[in-house]
Design a protein around this ligand. Structure first.
Ligand code: ZN
Length: 298
């Protein structure tokens, strides 16, 4: 954030920057961005899959997880890896209406796709009940709970996640739903659980503590700092309170007009360092935890 502000101010007063701001940043070696939006997509994106893969490789990153709200990305991840060798690229599927909602068959097909890059199942995001209700969207949502009980369709999906060692990401479910679904998923053998931009759904401190006690990983994204929803201090407070091992740092970038993913990740690391978060803790959140979730060596 600070970097963009400084660069913007410099541009405004006509100062010629000797070096682009990105060149001053620390290494992204070993970094995996777990929340990458890129095109093709049905909404405007800043880069395509191949372009962001090339950019990430040039930045020295280890890997990317391609996230699309409307279509499966395991195939695109594999294709991108053919073009940009040396980068670990994974895909997944978000269980919104466009793939049939809580549709086990889309997960079954994803893991059967050649290349084996399908690794993440996101519960509904834009079509989540909580998200749509909070936004005042009157459209039909994809519920994950019905009358206080897990939607039965999730049972088969959780079984597939467990069987294929996938990551269950909670999408835009409410904190209450997340806490109700974690034990259901665990009972079916799901090991890797990620609470998608976990502060964005406004959990209470008790709910965050309960998530940490369930040993899940809570995602913190730079986009929410860029948007002003959270400050680095908010993130740093949460990291200190619950422990770095319960968090993952990702960009959530790719929106047309926004900075590119490596720049967001660098800004996020710099911002947290500025709040006193140690390099060791940053390593855990941006290198080790994403690798562990994806079944890679930390
Ligand atoms: Zn996103």
């Amino acid at each position: 954030m600070r970097r963009w502000t400084a660069a913007g101010a410099a541009a405004l007063i006509g100062v010629v920057l000797v070096q682009p701001a990105a060149a001053q940043t620390t290494s992204l070696a070993g970094v995996i961005d777990f929340h990458v939006h890129s095109g093709p997509d049905s909404r405007p994106r800043s880069v395509g899959d191949l372009e962001i893969a090339r950019i990430a490789k040039r930045a020295g990153m280890r890997g990317l997880v391609l996230k699309n709200h409307f279509t499966m990305t395991a195939d695109r991840a594999w294709l991108a890896m053919q073009e940009v060798p040396g980068l670990e690229i994974f895909g997944g599927v978000a269980l919104n209406h466009s793939v049939g909602g809580l549709n086990a068959e889309v997960v079954r097909q994803m893991v059967a796709f050649s290349g084996g890059r399908g690794k993440v199942v996101w519960l509904p995001t834009f079509d989540a009940e909580f998200w749509m209700t909070r936004a005042g969207d009157p459209g039909a949502f994809v519920p994950v709970m019905r009358g206080g009980e897990m939607d039965p369709a999730l049972g088969e999906i959780f079984d597939l996640v467990a069987e294929h060692d996938l990551v269950l990401a909670m999408g835009h479910s409410s904190p209450e739903e997340v806490l109700a679904l974690i034990p259901e998923a665990r009972a079916r053998g799901v090991e890797q659980i990620l609470v998608t931009h976990g502060l964005g759904q406004s959990p209470t401190p008790d709910q965050l503590r309960a998530m940490a006690d369930h040993d899940v990983v809570i995602e913190l994204v730079w986009l929410a700092v860029m948007n002003g929803q959270f400050s680095y201090a908010d993130y740093a407070d949460a990291i200190r309170e619950y422990g770095a091992r319960h968090f993952l740092l990702a960009s959530d970038l790719g929106q047309a007009g926004n900075p590119l993913h490596p720049d967001g990740l660098n800004a996020l690391m710099d911002g947290l360092r500025g709040e006193g978060i140690s390099d060791a803790d940053i390593d855990v959140m941006i290198r080790d935890n994403p690798a562990r979730l994806l079944g890679l060596d930390p």
